[in-house]
Write a new protein. Sequence first.
Length: 74
Amino acid sequence: MAWIRVETGKHVRLTPAQTRLMSRLLVADVITQNSNRLRTLAILDDLGLVEQASEDRWRLTGYGRRIALELESR
């Protein structure tokens, strides 16, 4: 579990699945959703950390990239 502060200033705890997915996005830049990832991607989207690039492809937002880099450096 990792605590982060989203752009609104609110502190949020990310689950291990969410942090792994952000790490994967940091490396791959864009990933394709599947049924296992969809819920996690939707939560990260609500937090403003990812955005939908096309119908089934997602990428980090600028702020999401900054958070992912911060998580990688911990």
